[in-house]
Design a binder for this molecule. Structure first.
Ligand SMILES: [Zn+2]
Ligand SMILES: [Zn+2]
Length: 356
């Protein structure tokens, strides 16, 4: 995703020119999602991969070349291997599958077994898991590594002089205040554990971060793919490009979906995706920790918005905690003193009662 690290003002102008009407629906609560929208969660450009179950080295099967494109997109096959994009299950594909399995905590078989395919078809972030053949996820780790968070190559971050970051929305999207509030909540989660502050700007060209919903090819070389598949992508600092797939259906209420519709819905929780992409905008790469916000995949209907220990350690490695731990200690200390005063006053009351 080098392109996203290189976007400049002319590129931004090009993007604005390519903004097309989006078909995204924003559901304000779960009960407003019509039953017809409860699609099969795997119904996407990737659903055909399920037919590849059981394929292994030496097979030649229709669809394997498309799977190689998938792995190239997420960094598991280098662009230099394009000549190998046949339907042959070759060494390049086997190696990509093994690395993918390591990154997603799956048994490393090098085969297209059911758990691997179930993971592959899940909706996910469009940013790659590997950049220039290197992985910050499990596959790039020594055994027993505790921290799984990762950074972009060169560990880019927002400069120290810029701790107050502004964000703006592409005006052509005509987002409601309710939708914009979802992003404010997502930014606040990162502000809470860092010295960073985020404020909304009305000026697209002065804002540090530009947020927009786009459909299909939107001029940055990373087209979106309609419902499910890739949901969003974001650049590393200090570029500030945050793009979401305008063809998804988004839930903006902050509610959990009930378990009955969870497995069959294609509605995506917007705040969950926003918190993840902001992690990229601040400099974090993907993590193998499934509970972490920076884990690359999320199923339709699921909500995951709380920063995990892995996310917090990663972001504080870049920016420090901004006194957030001190604030917690202080509030803990205040509670201690309040408790002590209460206990002392209770003891005094008891003594007075006994004496009287
Ligand atoms: Zn991501
Ligand atoms: Zn984009």
């Amino acid at each position: 995703m080098r392109f996203l690290q290189l976007l400049t003002i002319p590129s931004l102008l090009l993007l604005l020119v390519t903004v097309t009407p989006i078909s995204a629906t924003f559901y304000t609560n779960v009960s407003s999602v019509p039953p017809l929208h409860l699609l099969n969660a795997t119904r996407s450009a990737w659903e055909t991969f399920e037919k590849l179950a059981g394929c292994h080295a030496g097979n030649k099967t229709d669809g394997l070349s498309k799977l190689k494109q998938y792995f190239r997109r997420f960094g598991y096959i280098s662009s230099a291997s394009v000549a190998n994009f046949t339907d042959d299950f070759d060494d390049v594909l086997e190696s990509a599958i093994s690395t993918y399995q390591k990154n997603f905590n799956l048994e490393v078989t090098g085969k297209l077994d059911a758990p691997t395919l179930q993971q592959i078809v899940k909706p996910r972030c469009g940013n790659p898991d590997m950049i220039d053949g290197a992985s910050g996820m499990n596959a790039g780790r020594k055994l027993r590594a505790v921290a799984r968070y990762s950074f972009f190559p060169g560990k880019p971050q927002w400069p120290k002089r810029n701790r107050d970051l502004s964000y703006a929305f592409v005006p052509q999207n005509n987002l409601t205040d309710e939708v914009k509030q979802v992003f404010a909540r997502a930014f606040a989660r990162w502000a809470e554990v860092t010295p960073l502050n985020f404020t909304r700007s009305e000026s697209l060209f002065r804002a540090d971060i530009v947020i927009g919903f786009f459909s299909g090819d939107h001029g940055d070389g990373e087209p979106f793919d309609g419902p499910m598949g890739t949901l969003a992508h974001a650049s590393s600092p200090p570029t500030g490009m945050f793009h979401l797939d305008g063809d998804e259906d988004w839930l903006i209420s902050g509610e959990e979906m009930n378990r009955r519709i969870l497995p069959v819905t294609s509605v995506v929780d917007l705040e969950s995706v926003a918190v993840h992409e902001i992690g990229h905008l601040l400099g974090l790469g993907h993590s193998s920790v499934e509970d972490a916000i920076m884990y690359p995949a999320i199923s339709g209907g699921h909500r995951k918005v709380e920063l995990a220990k892995d996310d917090i350690e990663g972001i504080q490695h870049l920016y420090g905690d901004g006194g957030s731990s001190r604030r917690n200690e202080t509030s803990g200390g205040a509670e201690f003193w309040r408790g002590l005063v209460f206990s002392l006053s209770s003891i005094t009351t008891c003594i007075l009662l006994i004496c009287c």
